[in-house]
Design a protein around this ligand. Structure first.
Ligand SMILES: [Zn+2]
Length: 173
């Protein structure tokens, strides 16, 4: 499987062709005689909620440099989603939470970005169950809490899916 349409087979490197399989146009490796499926990459995010505010990070690395988003990232191959969400939160903000304290809020397929597809599992946790002062860590230029009103007032400052995500995180706690 690949997260973007595969021009080459990831197993043998042969240029792929296209076949209609299961009513979808799919990439196909003639050498391996099988489809090269495109599937979304799993990611996980953790929203720390303090009253009517959520902790967000300003992205320092592509994609979306300068955009504010809920801390999160890709799962490692051997990692449970809640563990990944807690790890990404710690790496990006310095804030520590027990993965067991994270409440699953949502699981959604994100809009394609340069052909890449990802699905995000979104967790929430009250600030009272988190430890450490937020400081910008890896991949983050800045971190701070945003209120619901601040996010609604300036939606262009955020990645497109973030305002709705902030809503659902706040509503979950
Ligand atoms: Zn192949």
């Amino acid at each position: 499987m690949t997260v973007r349409p595969a021009d080459y087979c990831p197993d043998c490197g042969t240029a792929t062709t296209t076949r209609e399989i299961e009513d979808r146009e799919r990439r196909y490796c003639e050498a391996c005689d099988r489809p090269v499926f495109q599937n979304p990459a799993p990611t996980a995010a953790a929203g720390v909620v303090d009253g009517d505010s959520v902790l967000l990070v300003e992205r320092a690395v592509p994609p979306g440099v300068g955009e504010w988003t809920v801390p999160g990232g890709h799962l490692e191959a051997d990692e449970q989603p809640a563990v990944a969400a807690a790890r990404e939160l710690r790496e990006e903000t310095g804030v520590r939470v027990d993965p067991d304290a994270l409440e699953l809020v949502d699981a959604e397929l994100l809009a394609p970005f340069r052909g890449k597809r990802a699905v995000s599992m979104v967790y929430a946790v009250p600030a009272a169950r988190a430890e450490g002062a937020p400081t910008a860590g890896s991949d983050a230029a800045a971190v701070r809490f945003f209120s619901r009103d601040e996010v609604e007032a300036d939606e262009d400052a955020f990645r497109p899916h973030v305002p709705d995500r902030v809503e659902s995180v706040l509503d979950a706690i």
